[in-house]
Design a protein around this ligand. Structure first.
Ligand code: SF4
Ligand code: SF4
Length: 251
C-alpha cells in the first residue's frame, strides 16, 4: 500500500479546529464514565487512529502521542491483534498522554471528527455525516445533534473533501463503512440519521437510500442522556448504532 502523498497537516488542523458544540461536551460525558474522563479520550473506550503521514507529522512536532502498544488500559485485556488487523494500512493506531495533558493544537483528525464519520451514498457522494453507533450510550453529542455548530459541520466537510481528493484509500474506507452502515440499519429496520452538508438533518432509508428531511431536534437521545435532553424528542424515529473506523473501540 503506497504511503499518502505529502499533506500539510498543520493546515488541515488549523482549518478543522472549531469545537463540535458551544459547550465543552467532555464535561457532559465524563461524569458518566467510571474513569471520570471523556469517553473519546479514554483509551479503555477508544483507540485513536492517525493517517500514516499524519503520525509522521505528529511525532516530529509534539510529544503528545505514541504508537499504541495495547497495554495502555491498565487491568483490561484487549484484542490487540484483532484491532490491528481491522485497521486499514493507511492508518496507525496511537495513544496520547490523556485528557489532562491534551494539546489541542495537536489533536489528530480522528479526535476532531469524533463522534462522526463521512457518509457516502452507493454512488460515492459525500452527502453528510453520521455518528459512531458504538458510542450512543457514551457520547453526549450523539444525543444532542442540534448542538453541533454550523462552523464545525462546514469544517468537517471541507476537511474530508480535501482528504478524499488526496487519499483515495481513505475515501474507499468510508465507502465501505457507509455500506456497512446501510447493512446495519437495514438489519435493525431503522433509518440512518444524517447531518447533511446542506445544513439539514435527514433520515435515510438503508435500502432505497430515500431521504426524508427532519428537524434536527427530532433525533432521539440515548440513555443516559435522555432525561437531561432539552429538546422535544416526541418525533424520534431511530435507535441504532454506527460503527466507526476512526476511533476503534475495543471494550
Ligand atoms: S465527543 Fe462525545 S465522547 Fe467525546 S468528549 Fe464530547 S461528548 Fe464526550
Ligand atoms: S489528543 Fe486530546 S482529544 Fe485526542 S484523544 Fe487525546 S486527550 Fe482526547
Amino acid at each position: 500500500m503506497p504511503l499518502s502523498p505529502a499533506v500539510d497537516f498543520r493546515a488541515i488542523y488549523d482549518a478543522f479546529h472549531s469545537p463540535t458544540t458551544p459547550i465543552d461536551c467532555g464535561l457532559m460525558c465524563a461524569p458518566h464514565n467510571p474513569h471520570g474522563i471523556p469517553f473519546c479520550c479514554d483509551i479503555c473506550s477508544a483507540v485513536p487512529v492517525a493517517y500514516q503521514s499524519e503520525w509522521q507529522y505528529l511525532r516530529k512536532n509534539t510529544d503528545l502521542w505514541h504508537v499504541w502498544r495495547g497495554d495502555e488500559c491498565a487491568g483490561e485485556d484487549n484484542n490487540r491483534k484483532q484491532l490491528m488487523a481491522q485497521t486499514p494500512p493507511h492508518l496507525r493506531l496511537l495513544a496520547c498522554k490523556g485528557s489532562t495533558e491534551c494539546q489541542r493544537d495537536f489533536r489528530a483528525v480522528s479526535c476532531r471528527q469524533f463522534p462522526f464519520f463521512p457518509y457516502l451514498t452507493s454512488d460515492y457522494r459525500l452527502i453528510g455525516m453520521t455518528y459512531d453507533w458504538e458510542f450512543t450510550a457514551k457520547c453526549w453529542v450523539i444525543s444532542n445533534l442540534a448542538a453541533v455548530t454550523a462552523d464545525y459541520r462546514r469544517e468537517f466537510f471541507n476537511t474530508f473533501d480535501h482528504i478524499f481528493s488526496t487519499w483515495l484509500e481513505d475515501m474507499d474506507s468510508y465507502i465501505e463503512l457507509s455500506v456497512e452502515t446501510r447493512e446495519h440499519y437495514a438489519a435493525k429496520h431503522r433509518r440512518i440519521p444524517l447531518l447533511h452538508r446542506n445544513s439539514g438533518a435527514y433520515l435515510i432509508s438503508p435500502l432505497s437510500e430515500r431521504m426524508v428531511r427532519v428537524s434536527v431536534n427530532a433525533f432521539k437521545p440515548f440513555h443516559p442522556y435522555a432525561n437531561s435532553h432539552s429538546q422535544d424528542t416526541a418525533q424520534s424515529t431511530h435507535n441504532a448504532r454506527v460503527e466507526n473506523i476512526r476511533l476503534s473501540g475495543y471494550d
